[in-house]
Design a protein around this ligand. Structure first.
Ligand code: ZN
Ligand code: ZN
Length: 346
């Protein structure tokens, strides 16, 4: 089969490799249809990741058709259309047993320790089938759209942990695909007013296509002032960072309402200097600071259902498709912020 193999830092080669064989009767073989490119794929490509040992096939926003299935697998049959998310719970540690697989002590993921979706076939490990985020694609939902269940699942986890509730005002910093998806999801979850801010001009224009009340150009206006103005001087109930920047985290803290919630949704590069925090602000505002990362199989299933019902229209978030041979162009398109979600069709 053809696969895009990560062979080392900044080295991906598209080449013929042996098609994986289904040897375990609890596993399955997936014919890959769509695998969307994630910001973390680019980080692995440039900087590596301790959980990814080259040579490895990366890509964790996965959708495909079951080509072969082990005799002990009951949930799936040949021809089933399925989507797979990233975080795979080990199923045994205390966090996994409590349903918090994204906090698993081992922290397995597709396209990390397990092979990913940038290939014609993907051998799915039995552990993924028993405990992982693998689900049949509901209804008429297409493969490209179903692949986006992975980032949407992370957004659901992020908003659940931010205690988003009916009538809340929401401010999101960063209008990339995940920020915009989060904005639409916040609306669906009952937000009264959704604001988003962005620096790059192209992304700012793209953000206007979505169901977002206030799009703030961070280079032309003052984020804090604008959010305060839009919330009658009170600040936002929920503030999320959807861009990997310390500046965004500092900004988030300036617009938090009393009893509001801040979620540092986007992580920062390892080694970033710690932030100085005015803890009296937290004390007097009675506000909350959260973080969230990844998602659980429950979030992935829910994301697929939202997408299939059309509540979140994944098509609007997909700006480019590329064949596997052009994976480097796909990475470029993501990195240069020319597009929103970019999907590889192996
Ligand atoms: Zn992802
Ligand atoms: Zn675990």
């Amino acid at each position: 089969m053809k696969a895009a193999v990560l062979e080392g830092l900044e080295k991906i080669t598209v080449k013929e490799v042996e098609t994986p064989k289904l040897e375990d009767d609890r596993g399955l073989l997936l014919k890959m249809k769509s695998c969307a490119v994630c910001g973390s794929d680019l980080r692995i490509y440039h900087y590596g990741n301790p959980r990814v040992k080259p040579p490895q096939i990366i890509g964790h926003e996965i959708a495909g058709e079951v080509a072969e299935v082990g005799s002990k697998v009951n949930r799936f049959k040949v021809g089933d259309r399925v989507a797979i998310g990233a975080d795979v719970p080990c199923g045994e540690c205390a966090f996994c047993r409590d349903g918090q697989g994204n906090n698993c002590e081992i922290n397995y993921a597709m396209g990390y320790q397990f092979p990913g979706g940038f290939a014609e076939y993907l051998l799915v490990d039995p552990l993924v089938i028993t405990h992982g985020p693998i689900h049949k694609i509901p209804g008429e939902l297409g493969y490209d759209e179903a692949a986006l269940a992975e980032p949407l699942a992370c957004c659901i986890n992020g908003l659940e942990l931010s205690w988003l509730s009916l009538g809340d005002t929401v401010a999101i910093i960063g209008a990339g695909p995940v920020g915009c998806m989060m904005a639409e999801l916040a609306r669906y979850m009952g937000a009264r007013k959704v604001m988003i801010s962005q620096r790059s001009k192209t992304r700012l224009e793209m953000a206007k296509k979505y169901d977002i009340d206030v799009v703030i150009s961070a280079t032309e206006e003052d984020f804090t002032e604008r959010v305060m103005e839009e919330t009658d001087g009170m600040g936002a109930d929920v503030v999320l960072t959807a861009t990997s920047s310390l500046e965004a985290q500092k900004q988030a803290l300036t617009v938090i309402k009393n009893r509001g919630r801040v979620n540092f949704f986007a992580g920062l590069p390892k080694g970033t200097d710690p932030i100085m925090l005015d803890t009296n602000m937290i004390h007097y505002k009675e506000c909350y600071l959260f973080g969230s990362h990844g998602s659980t199989p429950r979030h992935h299933r829910m994301a697929l259902e939202f997408l299939a019902s059309g509540r979140i229209n994944a098509r609007k978030f997909i700006s480019h498709n590329f064949p596997l041979d052009q994976i480097m162009e796909a990475f470029d398109t993501v990195e240069s912020r020319k597009g929103m979600k970019v999907v590889i069709n192996p």
